[in-house]
Design a protein around this ligand. Structure first.
Ligand SMILES: NC(=O)c1ccc[n+]([C@@H]2O[C@H](COP(=O)([O-])OP(=O)(O)OC[C@H]3O[C@@H](n4cnc5c(N)ncnc54)[C@H](OP(=O)(O)O)[C@@H]3O)[C@@H](O)[C@H]2O)c1
Length: 340
């Protein structure tokens, strides 16, 4: 093989709450020889996702295998094939996959997907939107939320990767859109740059009163990324037959314990609500159609998207931390290499 060693972040210390400097360790490791059907992949970009913290927990009810102590840390990545022992891929091909926080990985060809960067789109932006965030926003909003023109849609963590896209899509669907975010600057960006009708800083002490003022006709679709108190406040203002899309519950991820459910859960009956969660990985069959729509919206500049790129594999733990502290605005990626 052209490369025999890789730098890799290992998960070495289970955090009680937030990830910290002890959680991961950067090691050198020898790459195994390629077996039939395997690929040597240069990891170019690693997506930092809120869900990564859940993979470090010992929760029994996870949607995929957690990362075991001592194993390499995992993440969704964009890579380039360096060597191939599979007929499915050639050196130079771009792929996406669940990969390692590493500069090089050996992956099974059956576990990766080919990636074509649409003409006219920058590679990092195409990966940032089309791999996870865009399909998640699209599926959650349209297939579950089913927004109708004139309805009121509230999106939480609205300045983040998924939330910013979901809110803009709800505007494209003709809805009145209210976002929540953790700083006044983020709120201003949602209104002035993305065209949200209102944006509320959930850290303000009178958040619920502001929410009531911003939604005089109630809420028809709640696109939930946060959970906890914010979800409760929104449930209080749901309209009859409202739809609550449970996309994420980031306020609960930094605990290894389960949190109590929403206190306004009884509105599920009183307001005849539909509450539905989903995992985007279950919807691979929808991806081509969703990505085609997302691509044309991006090319037509109907969707704006911010990237928050950290340069270098050594930055991965700090990059992931940004998501839980709100230090990011936009999609957090770690750039390891350019394509060759
Ligand atoms: N269901 C699926 O298949 C799927 C797929 C991808 C992502 N998701 C979910 O989508 C959500 C957004 O993910 P993303 O990747 O787009 O991340 P992101 O929104 O780009 O970043 C997360 C944002 O959440 C906010 N946040 C963090 N901790 C918070 C807390 N305790 N309370 C309130 N807000 C908090 C922060 O912004 P502020 O400054 O506003 O606090 C932060 O910037 C996550 O919940 C994630 O799990 C679900």
């Amino acid at each position: 093989m052209t490369t025999s060693n890789a730098s890799v972040w290992r998960f070495v210390d289970r955090p009680e709450t937030t990830i910290n400097e002890q959680t991961f360790r950067l090691d050198q490791q020898a790459l195994p020889a390629l077996e039939e059907g395997q690929l040597l992949v240069r990891n170019l970009l690693i997506s930092m996702d809120a869900t990564n913290r859940l993979w470090l927990s010992e929760r029994e009810e996870l949607y995929m295998e957690p990362v075991k102590l001592g194993d390499s840390m995992k993440g969704f990545g964009l890579g380039q094939v360096v060597e191939s022992s599979s007929r499915m891929f050639q050196p130079g091909d771009l792929i996406t996959s669940l990969t390692e926080w590493s500069d090089f990985s050996v992956l099974d060809a059956t576990a990766v997907q080919p990636f074509t960067c649409p003409a006219g789109l920058e590679l990092a932006k195409a990966f940032g939107v089309l791999s996870i965030a865009g399909p998640t926003a699209y599926h959650g909003l349209f297939n579950i939320g089913q927004p109708r023109p004139g309805e009121t849609v509230v999106v939480t963590a609205a300045s983040g990767a998924v939330g910013a896209l979901a809110g803009q899509m709800a505007k494209l669907a003709g809805c009145r859109v209210i976002g929540t975010a953790g700083t006044d600057d983020k709120c201003a960006w949602l209104i002035n740059e993305l065209g949200f009708d209102a944006a509320l800083n959930y850290k303000n002490h009178d958040f619920e009163a502001e929410l009531a003022r911003a939604c005089p006709d109630g809420i028809d679709v709640q696109f939930e990324n946060v959970g906890g108190d914010i979800l409760d406040h929104c449930l209080r203002h749901m309209n009859n037959n409202g739809r609550v899309v449970i996309c994420g519950l980031i306020s609960m991820y930094n605990s290894n314990e389960n949190s109590p459910g929403p206190t306004m859960f009884h509105n599920t009956i009183m307001k005849r609500l539909k509450i539905e969660g989903f995992v985007i990985l279950d919807h691979a069959a929808e991806m081509p159609a969703i990505c085609s729509q997302l691509t044309s919206w991006l090319l037509d500049e109907k969707l704006k998207f911010k990237l928050n790129i950290s340069e270098g594999l050594d930055q991965a733990p700090a990059a992931l931390q940004k998501i839980y502290t709100g230090m990011n605005d936009g999609k957090v990626l770690v750039k390891i290499a350019d394509p060759h």
